[in-house]
Write a protein that binds this ligand. Structure first.
Ligand code: NAP
Length: 254
């Protein structure tokens, strides 16, 4: 995608990667609409960053996705980029189903059904734009499993394959599909992650992502250097070593 001149909706941008990316993309000359559930954060973002529009949305709720999409498109008919950023991550102990099943269902609803519903709500509009992009958000954990978070890893592996598949289907349209593949980044995704030495500083991550969007406008995956260890273990032939190193190094790799 071109780095400037877009109108971009990012549901899942009240904090973390989404918010930092929203601000970086606004600074590069894009119109940005931030979405999320927490209205107090949406109000603060709108007050602190003139020009950014905000929309309340719960991507785990089909009716909320439909209503938010109608609101966004009514206010921003020139919208040409959707970033399906919203996601949750939880530690699970699969020895004890009573402790993880409800949470696992929430993960799948938010991380997989959410992007599917969002893309369904916007894809007809996006095809009407001359140059449009769907940015999905997977993870390095789509390619190598963190032992502590099975449902999260599975949801992100599904996002990878969803991205690969819809890119093939939409190849005959104006819509490109780009998969952002973050490594561990310092956000509030998991407790303690914001101060984790294991995770990449958020500002460094977003700066590298914007640099890649700028220098590789036709890329199908946005991979910062730090994620390639996880992303290409199988292709390099050192997958078992990658999995062992990941789970030895990460504080959640219990
Ligand atoms: N940080 C990492 O290490 C890392 C690595 C790989 C991939 N990722 C992915 O990057 C994305 C952003 O995560 P983050 O690290 O920036 O964590 P974060 O700071 O916790 O941000 C998550 C965002 O998703 C939104 N969200 C969650 N559930 C939602 C729902 N049902 N409806 C609408 N919005 C919802 C949250 O907003 P509200 O709470 O206001 O709704 C928040 O803005 C996620 O998809 C995550 O899986 C992160």
């Amino acid at each position: 995608m071109n780095i400037s001149g877009n109108t971009i909706f990012i549901p899942g941008a009240t904090s973390g990667i989404g918010l930092a990316l929203a601000l970086a993309l606004q600074a590069r000359g894009n119109t940005v609409i931030v979405g999320g559930r927490r209205t107090e954060l949406l109000d603060r973002i709108a007050a602190e960053h003139p020009g950014i529009d905000t929309v309340q949305i719960d991507t785990a709720d089909a009716a909320s996705v439909t209503a938010a999409a109608e609101r966004v498109l009514a206010r921003h008919p020139q919208l040409n980029v959707l970033v399906t950023m919203a996601g949750i991550m939880r530690v699970e102990d699969w020895h004890k189903p009573e402790t993880f099943l409800a949470s696992a269902e929430e993960i799948v609803t938010t991380n997989l059904l959410g992007p599917i519903r969002l893309i369904a709500a916007f894809v007809a509009h996006l095809q009407s734009r001359p140059d449009a992009t769907i940015v999905t958000v997977s993870s390095g954990l789509a390619f190598a499993p963190l032992k502590a978070t099975p449902s999260y890893n599975a949801s992100k592996a599904a996002i990878h394959m969803l991205s690969e598949s819809i890119r093939l289907q939409l190849a005959d349209t104006s819509v490109r599909v780009v998969e952002l593949v973050p490594p561990s980044v310092r956000t509030a995704l998991l407790p303690g992650q914001e101060s984790s030495d294991f995770a990449m500083p958020l500002d460094e991550f977003v700066a590298e992502v914007v640099g890649l969007l700028d220098s590789e406008p036709d890329a199908t995956e946005i991979q910062v250097e730090r994620v390639k260890f996880l992303r290409y273990g199988e292709a390099r032939g050192d997958y078992d070593q990658v999995v062992a190193t990941l789970n030895a190094a990460d504080p959640h790799g219990r």
